[in-house]
Design a protein around this ligand. Structure first.
Ligand SMILES: Cc1cc2nc3c(=O)[nH]c(=O)nc-3n(C[C@H](O)[C@H](O)[C@H](O)COP(=O)(O)O)c2cc1C
Length: 187
């Protein structure tokens, strides 16, 4: 399996660290990581986690300005892409095909090749432009997995909430995640 992970400059870049750690537990999963400039800046502003540790979780790290990277071409076959978090700017770029960095180009490639694209959009509140672009992304085939709170499974901590979001993302690729606690049903 080969998955592209894009990180853009919405708040919550740290969520992607936990996503990569989860992907690392998947046997034979090749992770291609690309981080936008704004995402890198947000990492510096928001988290004390070590940035190099984060980058080292990827099997392949791509410069966001390198349009000649493997993931910039449809001939480089992948199973799809996750953008976590997805800023409103990156969302706008995806729905308009404005591929001015490698996060956007890689998403554009996945869409044109009919591959799975999962967006984890983050903004609050959502304005009309954002809502229109989210609908457009859904109509283009993206799966929208907003980082929303979930309480039905007893998640109390931020870590548990993030684990649930990661489980829902991995589900889109037919993958399971040990720390994901699905609803078990009730009588
Ligand atoms: C601390 C911080 C938090 C931000 N949070 C958000 C956010 O939640 N959603 C969003 O769309 N933009 C957010 N932004 C603005 C984006 O970083 C900005 O629009 C940037 O140009 C996005 O670039 P990119 O999509 O290429 O990564 C934030 C910026 C900063 C500095």
């Amino acid at each position: 399996m080969r998955i592209v992970v894009g990180v853009s400059g919405a708040t919550g870049v740290e969520m992607c660290y936990y996503l990569l750690k989860a992907l690392k537990t998947v046997p034979d999963c090749e992770i291609h990581l690309v981080v936008s400039d704004a995402a890198h800046r947000n990492w510096e502003l928001e988290t004390k986690l070590d940035y190099e540790d984060f980058l080292s979780l990827a099997d392949y790290l791509h410069d966001a300005h390198n349009m000649a990277a493997s993931i910039s071409s449809g001939s480089f076959v992948t199973d799809g892409m996750i953008v976590m978090p997805c800023s409103m700017k990156t969302l706008a770029g995806i729905v308009t095909g404005y591929t001015d960095n490698l996060v956007l180009r890689a998403a554009d490639v996945c869409l044109k090749e009919g591959r799975r694209v999962v967006l984890v959009p983050r903004e609050m509140p959502l304005g009309r432009v954002h809502l229109k672009n989210l609908l457009a992304a859904s109509e283009l085939g993206c799966v929208i997995v907003p980082p929303m709170l979930t309480f039905y499974n007893g998640s109390k901590t931020v870590t548990e909430q993030v684990n649930h979001i990661i489980g829902k993302i991995l589900m889109q690729f037919g993958l399971t995640f040990d720390d994901f606690r699905p609803w078990q049903g009730t009588d």
